[in-house]
Design a protein around this ligand. Sequence first.
Ligand SMILES: Cc1ncc(COP(=O)(O)O)c(C=O)c1O
Length: 412
Amino acid sequence: MGNAHTFPIAGRPADELLDELRSLREGDLDWRAGRAFSLVYDTDDPVLEELLETVGVMFLHENALNPFRYQTLLKMETEVIAAAVDLFGAECGAISSGGTESIFLAVYTAREWARNRGIDHPQLLCCDTAHPAFAKACHYLGVQLVKTPHGADGRAQPELMAAALGPDTALLVASTPCYPFGVIDDVVGIATIAADAGRLCHVDACLGGWLLPWWAQLGQPVPPWGFAVDGVTSMSADIHKYGYTFKGASTILYRDRELFEHQIFMYDSWPGGLYASSSAAGTRPGAPIAGAWAAIHHLGADGYVRLARRVLDATTRFRGGINAIEGLAVTGDPDMSLFEFGALPGSGIDIDGVCDVMDGRGWNLDRQQGGLHLMVSPGHDRVVDLFCGDLASAVAEHGESSGVAHTYGGVV
Ligand SMILES: Cc1ncc(COP(=O)(O)O)c(C=O)c1O
């Protein structure tokens, strides 16, 4: 043991531990007050919240490693996948622990698909706005990452991707939308390049998957983006984002079963018996499956549309309020409910200094290379005016930036 002083020798009473955690938590980011962006998707729906907490506790100890041992988990998992298959027009798919695992599985599937075709050193082709989970998956899986720059509108440039496509390209990626700018790539353009060249095309709808169907129903312009587009072969869509369950639930979907079969791992050379799994994890917690099932069935399409309306209303007001502050502007023309905003050239505004003031007021904005990032949840409609008021005064009062780094994620 490295440091004998950090391992607890004597156990402590549960009450004492709970008191300690309650008091520590007082300093944590208060997402219920609308202060968090992107880390928590707040529905401001106490009934849903209580339901999620109840089912989370009900299935806390159960293990979906062998789904046939827990028939209720099996039923819920099957129904969640069936709901996603129906919503997205896929043929089949699986639940994973999050967007990153779904992306890993898509990249792994593409690698195996390519190797079966004699491509020994497969490449993945994406725009530089694609989520870092693709770079991470490539790094882990020995796939070469080829990136093309985004255009002035923040979108992938299909013509550059076509030019970068080579004999080893296995998978092309489109984001719907991408995280940094909230814009939807030209899926038709990218998927057509993939299909014409006989390659795979993955749509990263981790963010948009569980919102865009309702966004379109609200009359918002949504370009073609899913399996409706010829050439799209797989898609990732996270239930723990705009599907509104707690963390640990995403879906990875395929146009056809033959491709999906690459994802399934079977091992029969073990004294313990046949090992079979369709995602990366072995032991799988039951709670995220139960949470996903409960959120989908409690909300239904009606509930998702109702929440999407709140997201749309809040997004419209945030964008209007930010653009009304002299010297600030939303970057580009975002398609959904997340966007970057920054200081206009010549405004003299130090956007990181502005963020320091906002941090001091308890807001939690993500700092990007070119500005600050907002991801809007339904519950944010309660704080738009407060936020815009604080932002206007932060612009007026801010000093030089303290030099906080532009980060997304972290290492413990
Ligand atoms: C577009 C996009 N793809 C993938 C991911 C990765 O999802 P996760 O953080 O659940 O692994 C994210 C996370 O925000 C994302 O925005």
